[in-house]
Ligand binder design. Structure first.
Ligand SMILES: Cc1cc2nc3c(=O)[nH]c(=O)nc-3n(C[C@H](O)[C@H](O)[C@H](O)COP(=O)(O)OP(=O)(O)OC[C@H]3O[C@@H](n4cnc5c(N)ncnc54)[C@H](O)[C@@H]3O)c2cc1C
Length: 302
């Protein structure tokens, strides 16, 4: 269960309070504040705070005194221009603070994004919950034959059952031993900072994560992408929905230029131009490696 009844009561109490402010607020984001968006079997993302809106990006780009122009069309055009030309600092004027609960092996991928501020739940100070990520049957897949960093066919029947049983048994046994080592009954009990070392990488951790919009877009570009591992991608996808409600103009530009757009090498561009002129181009005449050519064809064939 991602959220206990006590935790939900705390969230409800926080949502029951409101304050007046002169600062920019966004109705779509106010609706998200504090709520837990469930991800995986025990995880979630929650918006704890945010600063700025689409106007803040425009305002910073123009270094203006007020809220920027009133015309949404002008703002959309400027935001698209900034995104297109990698004029990124105006996007850094918006910030978001999140509470994320995630398996440790997902956290290891997530923490590689260095341009954020993080504070993680301390397993030296507190006892970790008995919560482990166990993949849903449709995510229990074999190693991909084409991609060394990916999944292939979904496991079925007896093999799937055996794998699930092993995952559950190992997690349970490791947690039982963790508890046994911590236990004070008739023994001193091992320090929390040591007892945790036998826990597997599918145990859940939590952190507060604060990042600006420019670096969040970079994170989403990499982690909401089809090549990202499913278990981090589902968090990124949940965040995409939040960001679309927070800064709809910036998110639309991001979707268009970054998520939906592609980057071509000079060689790729040359091939495309030759093809548009009616020339027959194949891998040999493209000057590309087999892998590059496969990726290029996937782009142009759609
Ligand atoms: C599909 C996929 C597969 C991956 N596979 C592996 C893998 O096999 N092994 C592995 O180790 N990692 C792997 N990674 C992680 C990857 O190499 C990056 O560490 C991660 O995506 C974070 O990207 P970043 O450094 O651009 O982000 P951030 O740390 O947020 O940095 C954002 C940008 O800031 C700049 N920056 C930040 N810090 C510095 C710095 N100290 N010096 C210079 N510039 C800096 C860079 O321009 C950087 O792009 C993988 C990532 C993906 C998406």
């Amino acid at each position: 269960m991602p959220i206990t009844p006590d935790q939900q009561a705390e969230i409800d109490a926080q949502r029951g309070e409101s304050r007046q402010t002169l600062r920019a607020t966004v109705p779509g984001m106010e609706a998200h504040l504090y709520k837990a968006h469930e991800v995986l079997d025990h995880g979630f993302v929650r918006v704890i705070d945010y600063m700025g809106d689409d106007s803040a990006i425009v305002q910073a780009a123009r270094v203006s005194y007020g809220r920027g122009t009133k015309a949404v069309q002008n703002d959309a055009g400027l935001i698209r221009y900034l995104m297109r030309h990698w004029h990124s600092t105006p996007f850094e004027m918006c910030e978001i603070k999140l509470h994320v609960k995630l398996p440790v092996f997902v956290a290891r991928q997530w923490i590689r994004h260095r341009t954020a501020n993080v504070n993680e739940y301390s397993a030296r100070y507190s006892i970790l919950d008995r919560e482990f990520y166990i993949p849903a049957p449709d995510q229990l897949a074999a190693q991909s034959k084409q991609n060394n960093q990916g999944r292939g066919a979904v496991l079925e029947g007896e093999e799937a059952e055996r794998v699930l049983r092993l995952l559950r048994e190992d997690s349970t046994r490791a947690y039982d031993h963790y508890e046994e080592m911590l236990s004070q009954d008739g023994q001193q009990g091992l320090a929390r900072e040591l007892a945790r070392m036998n826990l597997p990488a599918n145990v859940y951790t939590q952190w507060y994560w604060k990042v600006d919009l420019h670096n969040l877009f970079h994170f989403l570009r990499l982690r909401a992408d089809a090549h990202a591992q499913y278990e981090i991608r589902v968090y990124a996808e949940a965040l995409c929905e939040v960001v679309a409600d927070w800064v709809p103009l910036a998110y639309a530009a991001f979707e268009d230029y970054r998520m939906g757009g592609v980057q071509l090498s000079a060689r790729g561009l040359d091939c495309l131009r030759r093809m548009l002129r009616g020339e027959e181009v194949n891998q040999d005449s493209s000057g590309m490696s087999a892998g590059e050519w496969r990726e290029f064809k996937a782009i142009i064939d759609g």
